[in-house]
Design a protein. Sequence first.
Length: 144
Amino acid sequence: MSPQIDNQIAGKKPAKKMLIIDDSEVNRYLLETVLSQLGYQVSSAEDGKSGLDKFKQNRPFITFLDIVMPGKSGMEILRQIKQISPSSIVVMVSSFSSKENLYEAKNAGANWFLVKPITASKIEELVVYFEKKSIEKNLKIESE
């Protein structure tokens, strides 16, 4: 069982929120399933506009954001998320891993870039990485 689920059972902390913004139903389902099984509270959106609205409402721990979507692109949404909350963790998800996409995403503030197809183990590995970074950051702030 994951530490997140252990904490929920022990009544320590509510589950952290995760947001998925992706026009692919298959990718949303995979991410929702894995993240839910890890004990996170997951919401999703199939386009940038509704995804940005959910971001504003929920302020998720991590946002998984597709680059290519109808309407507003993932890059546009990334910039808006970072304007609202510069410290938010945003993981870009795309089938297209061109150097231009990577460079643009990094410059816009993306914290990570996942190339599709994604796997359950890769999602879990990434979430554990950001959980550890979050704990380290909190420990550093508390010790100052």
